[in-house]
Design a protein around this ligand. Structure first.
Ligand code: MN
Length: 225
């Protein structure tokens, strides 16, 4: 028998596997794609100047290389004077339809670049998908997770609560988001979904610490340097 597996040679180094720790387990969750939902909490749609009645969820993506582990120091990114935090429930997929588990993420946003992109009808990539723009907590497997329907979600900056809501304020539920995505593409094991942020988004500066939390899930802490 001739084994071909692993015999391919590549002209440059292959990309490392990006992964997240799993609560109570030794193995890790390898991240594939990252889908993010925009406009999923009415009060956040309003604070961004939108009309919540007419808003439908929008999707954008981040590269898996944007993942930042809990407890990291993050250099303040280039090209922005207005870096924003957006705390979000993160859903980790075990298959096209099955949820592996949940975590807490912070959808970091270069808000000034996003405003320019919105005005000119340009893509959001440079506002959303930049180095270290997706801090994410460890994942809690679904079978050990509490009922999250009304769980509190919050973001604390230097000890001050900046975002404070509950997951039942989501316009589109987790199941609806998954159904919506599944109509557009084939979700796959390893995919993460950032499910949108409640109101209270704001700026973070060098020297400040962010803690994103959802009741019953591991939290995410990052420090900007
Ligand atoms: Mn977001």
């Amino acid at each position: 028998m001739v084994l071909h597996l692993g015999m391919k040679k590549y002209c440059i180094n292959t990309a490392p596997i990006i992964s997240l720790p799993i609560v109570g387990r030794e193995d890790r969750f390898p991240v594939r794609r990252i889908y993010c939902v925009g406009k999923n909490y009415k009060k956040h749609v309003v604070e961004m100047g939108g009309d919540p009645k007419r808003s439908t969820p929008i999707f954008f993506t981040k590269s898996r290389e944007t993942i930042v582990q809990d407890g990291s120091n993050i250099p303040y990114p280039p090209l922005t004077q207005n870096l924003h935090f957006e705390v979000e429930l993160v859903v980790a997929m075990a298959s096209a339809k099955d949820i592996f588990g949940y975590g807490v993420g912070i959808d970091m946003t270069r808000r000034d670049l996003q405003s320019i992109a919105k005005e000119s009808g340009s893509p959001w990539d440079m506002a959303k998908n930049f180095d270290q723009s997706a801090p994410c907590s460890a994942l809690l497997p679904r079978d050990t997770a509490p009922d999250l329907k009304t769980a509190k979600i919050s973001l604390e900056k230097n000890g001050m609560i900046k975002q404070d809501s509950t997951l039942d304020n989501m316009i589109w539920s987790v199941d609806e988001i998954i159904a919506h995505l599944a109509n557009s593409l084939t979700l796959t094991a390893g995919d993460l979904i950032f499910t949108g942020t409640p109101e209270g988004v704001g700026e973070v500066k060098s020297g400040e610490t962010l803690i994103g939390a959802i009741d019953g899930l591991p939290s995410i802490t990052v420090h900007y340097i």
